[in-house]
Design a protein around this ligand. Structure first.
Ligand code: BDP
Length: 687
């Protein structure tokens, strides 16, 4: 009795406590948990118990039956929802399919409370890809390559004895958006990950993730047999080497029976690979694939290669991989970055997609904003990935990988709105036909507002019309944000003009003695007295020739090439007339200026939304937008003043005047960590 009373007062106390400012730790899973829904499950199991619990505590609709049943219309992870008069029936051939269905129902409740389907309706949901995978570029010392949200989530030192509660929260968040695989470590892989000591730690994580349908994969170093056991070679055709990998696979699967497989960066940026031993990428990938086959494991072999050679860097992955089409085992997937160079703010798609019809392919997106302002800038990336799908049919791919932006920061991703990119990646990997707006709409409703949507719409504390107008503006802000970054950093097809080392600020002038030419901005922008841009037409490097005929023809001609790719494919005279009628120079100035104006507009949109937004999220984003405007102006001034040295043309008067001098900008790098605002923690203390 005493115990019951304490519980009762405990609950009373909790419910009258003022709600805490949102610190972002709950991501898009902020549902109230006092619903007490009626849920039937076919049996008790770790996965089904989670599904039942999630629904019990948050579902406010009719009773739900979870049914395990084969169904011709459903893939393994798919599910069917039938709405009856008295109950809802959720069916799937698998337990994890039912879990996905549960999260789907809850998402619908949170984002479309007014649109409850009527009785007798049924919905079928299947994922577009069987593999929807996050890639962590996390090192074993807990630094994160290109990570901007704290340290690595994986506390290797404490594992396997101690497991942070965040591991389960991470698995849950992934399951809620359908992500079903995770590569735990950096593609620049330390061989140590395959030692017994580390595999036990990996097992501990895999055990936590399993009920959520999240499989573990590892990046492996191709020379691991040499590094760990002093074999004289890592030649993939060598018997000892093969035996080493076989034993390693056995050891892994004994610990982790559902281990997913390996991700390999080979012969790329100094990583070892089969070519070191006179073998091909196919030899290397197939050896590992054969080793994993008995366990149904897969090899994701990256096509991110560019050797120091005379060939245009944009052509190199194609030159190396296209001739190998048809030579890879069935359980090898070639993992290709969306663009031919490297995760730039805008690239045309990589011509390897579509060029290897006999090979299983997957796309690698970058969720972390290595080249899009790190976690200081707002850049909602769904529009970028949708642009890729305009050229590459989703059905031509087997799987999707995303390099994550997750770290130990309380809000997981650094910038509060950067969580939307993790979310959007998962949603698009499940259903690439969702629009950027739909995903932004869903994500915003579940995260940034003071109140849950249902409460907002009841209008007790909120001006509903005002909220609706604000919400529409925030969707616009999100969906325009990546284009704004393109505009103030690298419009019209410019690329890779970043500062040496950190990929944050501009340094189109950068020269480093003895550096590889293709690591320097001038290699990419090719600015001179006559014009700007890289000639990749048939008269130049002929990278256009790697694309299907129709596109090659269109992109090859300066006059038919889409202007967003113009300077990617052409060296264009400064006085060239653009479609707008302006010269290239004037157009360039206007694009840089537009980018700055867009971010200033985002500031206003955000400030106007203050009444509706959770206060901590509000001030954090407000500060980051100030930093972003500062940086956008820096980019505009640096690029225009530098390129003006070549064009020798005046900056049009309707463009905001530079506030910096080129000489000053050339002396210093744009400061990355000199964030113009105090930290969110400090803001919170001062409130
Ligand atoms: C580049 C990154 C580098 C990665 C490499 C890769 O700058 O840190 O190791 O890609 O994808 O974008 O392997």
């Amino acid at each position: 009795m005493k115990h019951l009373l304490i519980t009762f007062f405990g609950i009373l106390f909790l419910s009258v406590m003022p709600s805490k400012a949102e610190d972002g730790s709950r991501l898009w899973l902020r549902q109230a948990d006092n619903a007490q829904a009626k849920v039937n499950i076919p049996r008790s199991s770790p996965t089904l118990n989670i599904a039942a619990e999630e629904l019990q505590k948050a579902w406010k609709g009719l009773p739900i039956d979870l049914v395990l049943k084969k169904d011709k219309t459903l893939q393994a992870d798919g599910f069917r929802i039938s709405y009856g008069k008295e109950k809802v029936t959720l069916t799937s051939p698998t337990e994890v399919g039912l879990l996905y269905g549960a999260y789907h129902l809850l998402r619908g409740q949170d984002t479309q409370p007014e649109a409850r389907p009527s009785a007798e309706e049924a919905e079928v949901h299947n994922p577009a890809y069987t593999l929807r995978i996050l890639n962590h570029w996390d090192n074993l010392d807990r630094t994160v390559e290109r990570g901007y949200a704290g340290r690595s989530l994986w506390n290797w030192e404490e594992l396997p004895q101690t497991a942070s509660p965040r591991y389960e929260a991470y698995a849950r968040a992934n399951a809620s958006i359908g992500i079903n695989g995770t590569v735990l470590n950096n593609v620049n892989a330390s061989p140590k990950i395959l030692t017994e000591e580390y595999l036990k730690k990996v097992k501990a994580l895999a055990d936590i993730f399993r009920p959520y349908g999240l499989r573990v994969y590892l990046s492996v170093n191709f020379a691991s047999p040499m590094a760990l056991d002093s074999l004289p070679t890592a030649d993939p055709l060598n018997k000892e080497v093969i035996r080493w990998w076989k034993n390693k696979a056995k050891e892994i699967y004994r610990l982790i029976p559902d281990f997913g497989g390996f991700l390999v960066k080979a012969n790329s940026e100094g990583q070892p690979g089969p070519c070191d031993f006179g073998r091909t990428h196919a030899d290397g990938a197939n050896m590992l694939a054969d080793v994993l086959k008995p366990y149904k494991g897969i090899v994701m072999w990256r096509a991110f290669v560019y050797s120091p050679s005379d060939a245009d860097r944009a052509k190199q992955a194609y030159l190396e991989f296209e001739p190998l089409d048809g030579q890879f085992r069935k359980n090898v997937i070639i993992q290709i970055k969306n663009g031919p160079i490297d995760f730039q703010p805008r690239e045309p798609y990589s011509p390897l997609f579509g060029a290897m019809p006999q090979t299983t392919l997957m796309a690698e997106f970058q969720i972390t904003q290595e080249y899009l302002g790190h976690s200081n800038h707002l850049a909602y990336l769904a529009p970028m990935w949708k642009e890729f799908f305009e050229y590459v049919s989703p059905a031509s791919l087997k799987a999707i990988a995303g390099v994550t932006n997750i770290g130990t920061d309380t809000n997981w991703c650094g910038h509060p709105l950067a969580q939307a990119n993790w979310y959007a990646f998962g949603r698009l990997a499940w259903n690439p036909s969702l629009t950027s707006e739909e995903i932004a709409d869903e994500w915003l409703k579940q995260t940034v507002y003071k109140e849950p949507l249902e409460a907002i719409l009841k209008g007790k504390a909120t001006d509903v019309q005002g909220w609706k107008a604000t919400h529409a503006q925030l969707i616009r802000l999100m969906t325009e944000s990546r284009e704004a970054v393109v505009n103030y950093m690298m419009p019209l097809g410019l690329h890779h003009i970043f500062a040496w080392g950190h990929h944050y600020g501009p340094e189109p002038w950068c020269t480093i003695p003895n550096a590889r030419p293709d690591w320097l901005p001038s290699y990419y922008h090719q600015a001179d007295k006559t014009g700007l841009g890289f000639d990749r037409s048939a008269q130049g490097s002929n990278a256009t020739g790697q694309y299907p005929e129709e596109l090659a023809k269109q992109w090859n001609d300066l006059n038919t090439c889409p202007e967003k790719f113009l300077l990617w494919f052409h060296h264009v005279p400064w006085t060239h007339r653009m479609k707008s009628g302006q010269t290239l120079w004037d157009e360039l100035c206007h694009y840089y200026d537009k980018g700055v104006r867009q971010v200033r507009d985002f500031q206003q949109v955000w400030d106007r939304a203050e009444a509706y937004i959770d206060p901590q999220t509000f001030s954090d984003v407000q500060c980051r937008l100030k930093t972003q405007v500062r940086d956008a102006v820096w980019w505009k001034d640096a690029c225009l003043l530098y390129f003006q040295e070549f064009s020798a043309m005046p900056i049009p008067y309707d463009v905001e005047r530079p506030i910096h001098n080129l000489k000053d900008l050339q002396k210093v790098h744009l400061p990355i960590n000199n964030y113009v605002c105090p930290s969110p923690e400090l803001l919170n203390q001062n409130r």
